[in-house]
Design a protein around this ligand. Structure first.
Ligand SMILES: NC(=O)c1ccc[n+]([C@@H]2O[C@H](COP(=O)([O-])OP(=O)(O)OC[C@H]3O[C@@H](n4cnc5c(N)ncnc54)[C@H](OP(=O)(O)O)[C@@H]3O)[C@@H](O)[C@H]2O)c1
Length: 268
């Protein structure tokens, strides 16, 4: 099962790296080996989309991704990183991208996201800098994260040469509000939805409806939750545990019936 993202064929599930290599307070290296092992395990099992950000572990998550990418054919991978909201003016954004590419040990990022909109900085300046990065070959695609309909519209209007490839949003069976306006709006504008926190931090496995559906399909609850999201998005769960990753990988290659999909979509 393959989907398309930013002009590349990718596995329909990516892997997130928030809380690998630290958090917003800074880098932590104690679990590096486990995290690298988890990323390598995912890559070995066909996952080629990896999501990270300059803010994760103050850049250390990007360094872990670089470790995991060693020995991989770069062109077959799809690496996403994000520029933090205080770096959205031109010069700072260009520097931030150069730093991310350096930490990633790569020549380019496949997709570079504006982590959050910043109303204090003109989106035209930010998008203009993003387009410069595409021209320089430092990034292949421009994307957004945490942008609502109005912000997406402004970002589209700010583009001159390239299209917005994706919007990464919080989307899970516990948080489906985007299905009403944002997801259809992005679909109409050919903007791929990337679902972050798709497991609601692991809490989806406790939902009664998900557990019941898992029993019916002889699947794990996580697999029900991710299979549901794959219909309208590319989910990027985070897992440092190999057992968790194995479950995640089992979300691919089968499908919920239309009727059961509808049932899950009606959970409030
Ligand atoms: N753009 C943004 O603003 C934004 C915000 C948040 C997140 N993100 C991205 O989205 C990624 C995913 O979101 P997230 O990390 O917030 O949350 P998540 O993927 O919903 O949940 C991660 C948690 O679920 C656990 N888990 C994984 N597989 C499981 C399984 N099979 N059964 C039970 N629990 C399981 C993980 O445990 P273990 O780690 O112990 O395996 C981890 O504690 C992030 O890593 C990041 O890359 C982006």
């Amino acid at each position: 099962m393959i989907t398309e993202l930013g002009g590349k064929r990718v596995f329909p599930i990516g892997i997130g790296t928030w809380r690998m290599g630290g958090d917003v307070l800074g880098a932590r290296t104690a679990k590096d080996n486990d995290d690298i092992k988890a990323l390598k395990f995912a890559i070995k099992h066909k996952v080629n989309v990896i999501d990270t950000a300059e803010i994760y572990g103050n850049g250390h998550a990007e360094e872990l991704v670089a470790e995991a990418l060693k020995g991989q054919e770069r062109e077959l991978m799809f690496i996403i990183s994000k520029v933090w909201t205080t770096n959205l003016k031109r010069d700072r954004l260009i520097r931030a991208a150069e730093e991310s590419v350096r930490r990633l040990g790569a020549k380019y990022m496949d997709l570079y996201l504006i982590h959050w909109p910043n109303p204090l900085i003109n989106i035209k300046e930010t998008i203009g800098a993003m387009e410069e990065l595409v021209d320089r070959g430092l990034i292949r695609n421009i994307g957004l994260s945490n942008f609502g309909v109005d912000d997406v519209k402004k970002a589209i209007e700010a583009t001159k040469k390239y299209e917005i490839a994706a919007n990464q949003i919080s989307y899970s069976l516990m948080k489906k509000d985007a299905e009403e306006y944002l997801i259809p709006y992005c679909a109409r504008n050919k903007i791929k939805i990337i679902a972050y926190t798709p497991l609601a931090k692991g809490n989806v496995v406790k939902m009664k409806e998900v557990i019941e559906m898992a029993e019916k399909y002889k699947k794990e609850p996580v697999q029900i939750a991710l299979n549901y999201l794959m219909k309208k998005s590319l989910p990027i769960p985070k897992a440092s545990s190999i057992e968790h990753l194995k479950e995640i990988l089992g979300s691919v290659g089968w499908g919920l019936s239309d009727e059961d999909y509808k049932k899950l979509s009606e959970i409030s």
